[in-house]
Design a protein around this ligand. Structure first.
Ligand code: ADE
Length: 238
């Protein structure tokens, strides 16, 4: 998979891809990630990316030309990919959307800034607008890091021998069970005895039960989405 990110702050995103699982996936050739400076695609001496809004009002609006020039230039190199504009007005990112985007051969991710981006970028350049949640960031860069991480870890081989229990439990519509490591007692707080018992069947049952309880307490909306299974789960945990 190839991911191209376009931003006016390349260092703000590039550093995030130099560590951990994303770094390893790049090193293994599972994903190629390129970060592009939007200002490279301006044509004036001051490398202007924003301008006053038509109709007045506070703040500046990002000009359409540099975005179009950047994406058209990137698309000259092979697969046009899917162009994503990050904005708080976009479709909310969840694991299902991450999986769908992870199946694309190429993503071109645009990080909007300031008060907004000229509407023609949304309408005629972006294939999809994505938001990472119902809050407003100063720009799309942190959102691009989140989206890229969620997509890269889903690439076959990205997690290596690590088993993604978190992704699996999300895929099943449940939250993850509690995890413990040594010591067995820390400041008087003991690890649940069942985990020390060596009884694998009992451990499995305990974990499953914890997942159900947690999901019911913290994310009843996820249980509701399980639909037909809901009856079983809530009966089993009530
Ligand atoms: N840009 C500003 N806020 C955002 C959000 N919540 N998601 C994606 N992009 C954004």
């Amino acid at each position: 998979m190839r991911i191209d990110l376009v931003t006016i702050f390349p260092p703000l995103v590039a550093g995030a891809f130099e560590h951990s699982i994303v770094r390893r996936a790049r090193d293994r050739g599972i994903v190629e990630i390129y970060v592009h400076d939007l200002r490279r695609y301006t044509s004036d001496r001051h490398r202007t990316v924003d301008d006053y809004p038509y109709g007045g009002g506070a703040g500046m609006v990002m000009k359409p030309e540099p975005w179009f020039r950047a994406v058209e230039h990137l698309r000259e190199q092979g697969n046009p990919g899917r162009c994503i504009l990050l904005t708080p007005q976009g479709r909310r990112l969840d694991q299902a959307l991450a999986r769908r985007l992870a199946a694309e051969e190429r993503l071109i991710i645009l990080c909007g800034r300031y008060e907004g981006v000229d509407e023609r970028v949304r309408e005629h350049l972006a294939d999809v607008e994505v938001s990472i949640g119902d809050y407003v960031l100063s720009g799309g860069e942190p959102a691009a890091v989140v989206l890229t991480d969620a997509v890269v870890r889903l690439q076959p081989g990205a997690l290596g021998s690590l088993q993604s229990t978190v992704e699996e439990s999300f895929a099943e519509g449940l939250l993850e069970y509690p995890q413990y490591t040594r010591p067995p007692e820390f400041r008087g707080w003991r690890v649940p005895e069942v985990l020390l018992s060596g009884d694998h069947g009992a451990v499995e049952r305990w974990r499953r039960e914890q997942q159900r309880q947690r999901t019911r307490q913290r994310r009843p909306d996820m249980l509701a989405e399980l639909g037909a299974d809901l009856g079983d789960v809530s009966e089993a945990t009530s």
